[in-house]
Design a protein around this ligand. Structure first.
Ligand SMILES: O=C(O)[C@@H](O)[C@H](O)[C@H](O)C(=O)CO
Length: 462
């Protein structure tokens, strides 16, 4: 993992070291806590920074036979760190191995391999550094050359800390809310009615009809916009489409408000029309809309009951997505309401499907208006990233790609952008070495800078 880590030719080395490496980071999708940023949290140790919320590591530890006590349970932070150190050598081939050592090197200057033998000294070294003021979360963000962070926020969230951060002139990084209305779309969840009641409270609106529901959601989008929000995000685990009129969905909505479950067809109609209303609102404000499709969440019901969601028990789904996705995008486009859109599927089998679909809806003079989003979750590793980039390059325009995001809950994950940029530069370098692409350094450096930062900066207009 020296300076030319992942770079296998001199073109790649030039592109990375001279053009990609020092570009700022726009992290347009992550799960960091705005409160921890505002309060400028200082981690008490590397276990809190690394293991308190990272279900990627939790999955690896479970697969390595570590007892849950040492993962999310009652063990001491030191014992949890030792359990992780025991697991790391076993992650060879998984990006966790590279990310772990990139983070140790880039943030803490530790170049040793982490294992049970080196763990005690690394524990001491890293924790001493974390105790210093220059290792608070704001300093970790500044050290990573981050310009913008888009957190993931519920529409009913008061965005207290985003407001406080806007007023805090001591921190130059923009921390912006992303509108994640999943709980308002899941009409058959037991929590739906309570969520609608919360929406009514935060908007001050009575919500007794579908129209009132939609206008309340739109008022929250305006609120997010006032605080700099320019991105929405939807976990669309099952891509669905069913045409319906407002009157038809009004009846479905009122049925749900009365505590009744709606049919699958009615759920599809409600979700379809609501996404159309939201998409049109996003478009009117110049926002980008993200669809995270085909996740299979909370597979282990026993552990869901014990630990809750986002704890490492999810997987890829294998539903067919093309037809309903195209129907939804077309419905929005027909009404001139299709916003800038970023499409991700958790199943790489969909890579070429998405790379081809985006070409059906480009336009309005917006470069890369419709994006095939970067390799997501189980796919944000070398093979997954390369497969996504090759599919996009083969069918769409790689040059218009808005590139990487961390999608992380850890303040140490910004090295994923370095990992990604190295792969981008090496891929282009290989094309040059193979004679597929001219060694036009002006052209290629422009593409590298675009994918690393400039495309996203132009796309989002934060
Ligand atoms: O945004 C999502 O739903 C997923 O990214 C999910 O949060 C997952 O836990 C994750 O962070 C994958 O990187």
């Amino acid at each position: 993992m020296g300076e030319n880590f992942l770079l296998t030719n001199d073109v790649a080395e030039t592109l990375y070291h001279e053009y990609a490496k020092n570009m700022p980071i726009l992290d347009y999708h992550c799960h960091l806590s705005p409160q921890e940023i505002y309060e400028n949290k200082k981690f008490k140790n590397i276990t809190e920074a690394w293991l308190y919320g990272d279900h990627y590591k939790w999955r690896a530890m479970r697969a390595n036979g570590i007892e849950e006590k040492y993962i999310t349970g009652s063990a001491s932070d030191y014992d949890k760190f030792m359990a992780w150190a025991k697991t790391v050598p076993m992650t060879v081939g998984n990006p966790l191995y590279n990310w772990t050592h990139l983070e140790l090197r880039r943030y803490f200057g530790v170049e040793e391999i982490l294992n049970e033998e080196t763990a005690p000294s690394i524990w001491e070294t890293v924790n001493e550094l974390l105790s210093r003021e220059e290792f608070t979360v704001r300093e970790l963000i500044n050290k990573s050359n981050v310009e913008v962070i888009c957190t993931t926020d519920d529409p009913v969230d008061e965005l207290e800390y985003h407001q406080k951060l806007r007023e805090d002139n001591g921190f130059k990084v923009k921390v912006l809310p992303s509108f994640r209305p999943d709980k308002g779309l899941e009409i058959n969840r037991d929590s739906f009615v309570t969520w609608v009641e919360r929406l009514s409270i935060v908007t001050g609106n009575s919500i007794n009809s579908y129209d009132e529901f939609v206008s309340s959601l739109e008022s929250r989008i305006d609120f997010f916009h006032e605080l700099g929000g320019r991105v929405s995000d939807h976990a669309i685990d099952v891509m669905m489409y069913a045409h319906a009129t407002n009157n038809e969905v009004d009846e479905i909505f009122k049925k749900a408000l009365n505590g009744e479950k709606v049919s699958l067809e009615e759920e599809k109609q409600f979700k379809t029309l609501t996404l159309i209303h939201l998409g049109k609102k996003y478009a009117s404000l110049g926002w980008a809309m993200q669809f995270h499709i085909n996740a299979h969440r909370n597979n282990n019901s026993r552990m869901l009951a014990e630990l809750g969601p986002d704890t490492g028990y999810d997987s890829m789904n294998d539903d067919l997505i093309a037809k309903p996705l195209v129907q939804l995008l077309d419905a929005l486009d027909r009404e001139q309401g299709l916003p800038k859109t970023i499409l991700y599927s958790l199943n790489p089998r969909d890579n070429h499907v998405l790379a081809s679909i985006i070409g059906s809806f480009q336009g309005d003079g917006i470069r890369g208006k419709i994006q095939f989003g970067t390799a997501w979750w189980f796919n944000d590793q070398k093979e997954g990233m390369l497969e996504q980039m090759k599919a996009l390059a083969s069918i769409g325009l790689f040059s218009q790609f808005i590139g990487m995001l961390t999608d992380s809950r850890s303040f140490l994950s910004y090295t994923r952008h370095e990992y990604f940029r190295r792969l981008v530069c090496n891929l282009i370098g290989e094309w040059v070495i193979n004679g597929e692409v001219p060694y036009d350094i002006e052209l290629l450096s422009g593409i590298v800078k675009g994918i690393s930062y400039e495309n996203a900066n132009e796309y989002f207009q934060f």
